[in-house]
Design a protein around this ligand. Structure first.
Ligand code: SF4
Ligand code: SF4
Length: 498
């Protein structure tokens, strides 16, 4: 590889490294290099892969640990079932996800992409190692012996099938997956068809599309890259130390030639003694010469191991997923040439410039505080979460003064309610007012049935003794109780005395 000069630098800001000048795809043949970061990533990948594959089949308290049941509009998380009526929880979770992402990106850059993202975990820890094992190294399956390519695709098909199983179970549930897809796939074309589409997508993604998912499709990567600042920890090349780059041998040659040039000058002759004739006084010892190049020997290994084919020496780029493969590659090279590690390392721009990296800065403090508040709100709401959600509706009938069936002087009011069942079983509900009020509730039937995950409306008529009103307004707590008297849900409403 020729030494790179500024004029020869590719236009890396406007051209994808994986696309050639004609706009055709350049197949990324990323090499796998072992180093401390690869070992850490592998150690993390094992539990992550187990988690991603097993989570749809794990049950907590008889309910799925994670299931996104679109058909019945239910979402299971950690054994708790959420219904569309639980939108507030999703809003809080979504806000938490956004703010948590902002905080993580501000502190650690794209750590999710390189270390946790299922796409990169499976591509770099499963599919690419399998490819290298079978093809004997990085290679384009289209250009390798047919039997090796066929074997590789056969193994890819098996892995993609396994992942499609887990993906399908996330959407239809472990039991339905077992019954519909494994045992009786022909009788359930929708479930089987979903599995088939997922399988093709997974095989296409990991077998062919690969890095383009990160560089072309994923909006999350672009969003994260835009959120980096000069204090964010990124995978960075230390240009001050590495430049001007040059091949080791050529650099040495340059140093030598520079030394010879200097030696041929009269001033240099006096300094170094080169060119001094025999019999002259012994020349002074040569002074150490300044290194003519930086620590980067321009071996290009950091580019060849990059799964998105970028050259990190050009600075942080949109395509960098912070996988740290180039750090391992460069550390290995530095070990070989006897230079200190860390020419490419995790560092912020501030650290590279020799300044201190600030973790606590206004945006990280703000994100952390908002995250803590959102977590607190979520916990508070989850603790108060009941199976029955009672929502008072607008009262259209004006309350009147009327004697109740027992002849007491009461305020009679109609209280329209919406009753939402957030559990996965039918609920039989009676509406009560606090016993202390000695109020009477009249409904068309004593117990209303609210179907699992369903919503009904009801308009109980309440008779509240006139003596309970100290002013013209009375706030009353409405309770929904089951047949055993257990309170399933509660709501506050106001009754106005005539
Ligand atoms: S691996 Fe290190 S030495 Fe080799 S080109 Fe990259 S930065 Fe330079
Ligand atoms: S530049 Fe380095 S950290 Fe970024 S994607 Fe390439 S190998 Fe990974």
């Amino acid at each position: 590889m020729a030494d790179t000069t500024p004029n020869e630098k590719p236009d890396y800001k406007s051209v994808l490294a994986s696309v050639d000048k004609e706009g055709r795809r350049r197949w990324v043949e990323a090499r796998i290099v072992w180093g401390r970061w690869r070992r850490w990533r592998s150690a993390l990948a094992i539990p992550l892969i187990a988690f991603y594959c097993a989570i749809p089949f794990v049950m907590i308290g008889g309910k799925p640990a994670f299931q996104l049941d679109i058909a019945t509009r239910k979402f299971y998380l950690a054994g708790v079932v959420f219904w569309p009526q639980d939108l507030t929880y999703f809003v809080i979770l979504a806000l938490l996800g956004i703010v948590g992402t902002l905080l993580t990106v501000a502190l650690l850059g794209r750590v999710f992409c390189g270390w946790f993202c299922p796409h990169n975990v499976f591509l770099e820890m499963v599919f690419r190692p399998v490819e290298h094992l079978i093809l004997g190294g990085p290679g384009n399956p289209g250009k390798t012996p047919a039997w090796r390519a066929a074997l590789m695709w056969f193994v890819f098909v098996l892995i993609a099938g396994g992942l499609a199983n887990a993906g399908t179970a996330i959407f239809i549930g472990a039991d339905a997956f077992h019954a519909y897809v494994l045992l009786d796939w022909a009788a359930h074309p929708y479930a089987t068809g979903f599995w088939g589409i997922l399988f093709v997508c997974i095989l296409f993604n990991f077998g062919w599309f690969r890095d383009q998912t990160c560089t072309i499709v994923c909006p999350y990567g672009r969003f994260q890259t835009a959120m980096l600042d000069s204090h964010t920890l990124t995978v960075a090349y230390d240009a001050k130390r590495g430049e001007p780059r040059g091949h080791l041998a050529r650099a040495d040659a340059r140093a030598a030639s520079s030394f010879e040039l200097r030696a041929s000058s009269p001033q240099a002759t006096a300094e170094t003694g080169v060119g001094v004739v025999a019999g002259s006084p012994p020349p002074p010892a040569p002074r150490p010469q300044p290194q003519s190049h930086g620590d980067c020997i321009d071996c290009g290994l950091c580019v060849r191991v990059c799964p998105t084919a970028i050259d990190i020496r050009n600075g942080n780029q949109l395509e960098c997923i912070h996988c740290a493969a180039c750090i391992d590659a460069c550390d290995g090279i530095m070990d070989k040439v006897g230079k200190p590690r860390g020419l490419i390392r995790y560092a912020s721009e501030e650290q590279l410039a020799g300044r201190k990296r600030q973790i606590l800065r206004p945006r990280t403090i703000l994100y952390a505080v908002v995250s803590v508040v959102l977590v607190g709100v979520l916990i508070y709401r989850l603790q108060g979460r009941t199976d029955l959600l009672i929502a008072p509706l607008r009262q259209t009938a004006v309350p009147v003064r009327e004697a109740d069936p027992a002849g007491r002087d009461c305020v009679r009011a109609a209280l329209p309610l919406s009753l939402v069942n957030r559990s996965d079983r039918d609920l039989r509900v009676a509406i009560h007012l606090p016993d202390a009020l000695e109020a009477r509730v009249v409904m068309s039937q004593e117990f209303l049935t609210v179907p699992a995950g369903g919503r009904i409306t009801a308009t109980p008529i309440v008779f509240i003794p006139r003596g309970s009103f100290s002013t013209r307004h009375l706030d009353v707590a409405l309770e929904g109780r089951d047949e055993a008297g257990t309170v399933l849900g509660m709501a506050m409403t106001a009754v106005r005395a005539p």
